[in-house]
Each structure stands twice: as structure tokens, then as C-alpha cells.
Design a binder for this molecule. Structure first.
Ligand SMILES: CC(C)(COP(=O)(O)OP(=O)(O)OC[C@H]1O[C@@H](n2cnc3c(N)ncnc32)[C@H](O)[C@@H]1OP(=O)(O)O)[C@@H](O)C(=O)NCCC(=O)NCCS
Length: 262
């Protein structure tokens, strides 16, 4: 913990005072992610974290984890008491795992469950080709198109997240100004599109860009997104149950979030 604090905050006061270090962590996280909570045991060891990412009208729970030896004893409940309740104009979103404790916790927050499938595996060779007219560039080069589509498909622009994808060296696939998908290797981080035709075309473009032999990750595909499941099956990908999404409001049909960013 003390070494981690040094790495994150640089040299500072006495690192042997673990509770002081813990407080600094908590303050730093809460400053960057209002409403987030870190939980510590009596020795100052980190035992749990819930990190919220406010994005305009979206409030996304981007991390919830408790030390495996302490799970199921109310640590998660205590931290999530600070997940602000729904209010007009704000949509809470959780990208859940299949852990029964997580499913119970989020259901009790009063959020509606959106069951999901994933399509993860290796593409059948030659099964998918980029459609004519699809282009690829860096995320920042196409930021304006991504954000315009995201406002429509997801209810909020990505803003600074696009810079993060740029720094990670991700690729942006575009189908005119109708569809956009950000991909890192085999991970289709996000997809936003104007309509079903554009959504299928940009998904095919992104799948065609996956390096041969790399595992594709396409996750949190939900009701009303059969277009994505059919495209994945045609490309030879297997379907499996996935952790559901939970949200206050219905979610857009032409928006897929696979990475940590909704
Ligand atoms: C999900 C997680 C963060 C919840 O934190 P937690 O401290 O374990 O959760 P809590 O103890 O507050 O709540 C769990 C609920 O499930 C119940 N529960 C405990 N064990 C259970 C089990 N084996 N099966 C089903 N429910 C169980 C608890 O009784 C509690 O319900 P209650 O509040 O109505 O009594 C934690 O379990 C975790 O880190 N899981 C692994 C990582 C993960 O999947 N994170 C979610 C990613 S979105």
C-alpha cells in the first residue's frame, strides 16, 4: 500500500501511517470520481472499491469489487449506499458480471435488468469482409463523428474517453457519418450507429480489422440487438450468457459497450 501510494502520489508524508495513506487515496478517487468509495479494513488494507464515472446525464458504475474473503458480508452494500438515486434527467448504468451477489445488489438498487449475451471467440477465416466505403483512422481524427453518433445512440458524447482510446493506440472504424466502432486488437470497445444497416456495416468493418487468430470480444449484447448477434454468428463467433446491464432508462438499440466505458 505504501509503495503504491508513493508511485501514485510521489514522495510525501510518513508512509508508515497507513490510515493517512488510505485517506489520501480515498480523497484522490473521490475528487476524480464523485460518489466513488474505497473500503479499508482496520489495518489500512484496501478491501473494496466502487468507482463511478459521471458522463453528463449518465452515471456509470465502472468498477465494483470486494476482497474475495470478505464478499457477501455487506461491504458492497455499504459502498453502494453512495450511488446517487435516480433523478429526472440522469440515467444510472451498471455493466454487471454474472456473480449472483452482484446481480442481487444491483437489483436491490431499483435498477431494471437488461439480460445480455456475448460473442467472444476466433473468427472463421474469410467469414467477414469490410463493407465498401468503410474507413479507419485514429479515434481523435473521427472524434466529432463518434460524439455526434454517441449523443443519438447512447444519450451522451464520449468526450475525454476518446482521448484515452487514442493514447491506447485504438483504431476507429467509420461508415460515413452513420456508424462508428472503436477497436483494440480483438476488443470492440464501443459501437454507435444511426440505424440497423449502419450498425451491421460498422460491426463488420470492425470484425474484419481484427488481426488473424486474435480473440474477438463483443459483449453486453441485449434485447433488440439481434442485428449484432446475427452478424457475429455469420462471422463464426460463439454466443454465451454474459453479465447483464442494469439501468434506470431503456438503452439505445444501436449502442454496444464492450470495454470498461459504457
Ligand atoms: C459484487 C460485489 C462487489 C458485491 O460486494 P459484496 O460486499 O460481496 O456484496 P454485499 O455483501 O453487500 O451484497 C451481496 C448480496 O448477495 C447476498 N449473497 C451473499 N452470498 C451470496 C451467494 N453466494 N449467492 C447469492 N447471493 C449471495 C448477500 O446476502 C447480499 O444480499 P443482501 O444485502 O440482500 O443480504 C462483490 O461480491 C465482488 O467483488 N464480486 C466479484 C467481482 C464482481 O463480479 N464485481 C461486479 C462487477 S460489476
Amino acid at each position: 500500500m505504501a509503495q503504491l501510494a508513493e508511485a501514485v502520489f510521489g514522495p510525501g508524508p510518513d508512509r508508515s501511517d497507513l490510515s493517512a495513506v488510505a485517506r489520501r487515496f480515498t480523497h484522490a478517487i473521490e475528487r476524480c470520481h464523485p460518489g466513488s468509495r474505497l473500503a479499508y479494513d482496520g489495518q489500512g488494507e484496501l478491501v473494496g472499491a466502487t468507482i463511478f464515472s459521471p458522463r453528463g446525464g449518465l452515471l456509470v458504475l465502472s468498477l465494483a469489487i470486494v476482497d474475495e474473503h470478505l464478499q457477501g458480508r455487506g461491504v458492497g452494500r455499504a459502498m453502494l449506499e453512495h450511488f446517487p438515486a435516480a433523478r429526472a434527467g440522469r440515467n444510472r448504468v451498471v455493466m454487471s458480471s454474472l456473480d449472483p451477489k452482484a446481480l442481487r445488489r444491483y437489483t436491490k438498487l431499483g435498477l431494471a435488468v437488461r439480460p445480455c449475451l456475448s460473442a467472444c471467440g476466433i473468427l472463421r477465416p474469410g467469414a467477414v469482409m469490410a463493407p465498401a466505403g468503410a474507413e479507419q483512422c485514429s479515434p481523435l481524427e473521427g472524434a466529432a463523428v463518434v460524439d455526434a453518433l454517441a449523443r443519438e445512440a447512447r444519450g451522451e458524447a464520449y468526450g475525454d474517453d476518446i482521448r484515452m482510446w487514442e493514447t491506447s493506440g485504438d483504431t476507429l472504424h467509420l461508415v460515413g457519418e452513420e456508424g462508428a466502432a472503436v477497436r483494440q486488437g480483438g476488443v470492440i470497445r464501443i459501437l454507435v450507429a444511426r440505424d440497423e444497416r449502419a450498425a451491421i456495416r460498422v460491426l463488420r468493418a470492425a470484425l474484419a480489422g481484427v488481426p488473424p487468430g486474435e480473440t474477438v470480444h463483443l459483449r453486453h449484447v441485449r434485447e433488440g440487438q439481434d442485428w449484432a448477434l446475427r452478424t457475429a454468428v455469420q462471422a463464426g463467433l460463439p454466443l454465451s450468457p454474459d453479465g447483464p446491464l442494469f439501468s434506470d432508462e431503456p438503452l439505445g438499440r444501436f449502442h454496444l459497450p464492450t470495454g470498461s466505458v459504457f
